[in-house]
Design a protein around this ligand. Sequence first.
Ligand SMILES: [Fe+2]
Ligand SMILES: [Fe+2]
Length: 144
Amino acid sequence: MTGSMQPLIDALNEDLAFEYAAIIQYITFAAMVKGIHRRELHEFFLAEILDEVEHAKYLAEKIVALGGEPVTTPKPFPIVSSPKEMLEAIYEAEKTTVERYTEHARLAEQLGAKDVQVKLEDIIVEEANHRDEVAKILWMYQGD
Ligand SMILES: [Fe+2]
Ligand SMILES: [Fe+2]
């Protein structure tokens, strides 16, 4: 099974590295965010972490179940300083994450891994929700 599932293992490991990056990004930005909206943004960033931890846990478990080895290194991401730049970076990350999971759900379907396909589709709903929430907060910074 490992042989035929290798492309899916690789895809899930890419997702895992991005989930670890998201967790670190939210913790870092929560700590660093300054200004009049610090309280709300601090709470908002910290509130997203639990979903990403759940995604990472699922991916690691499934990678091992498929015969692979989970990565332990997050994808690097740039540090930015203003609240607007943080929200823009997070918006970009969540948006590309939706696109990546959409691609990987299709790959899972092609390989006949129905359970992975369905779970990735569930995760897409949550990531799209993150993306849309960030977009609504970014609305406040229009014209800045
Ligand atoms: Fe996630
Ligand atoms: Fe997310």
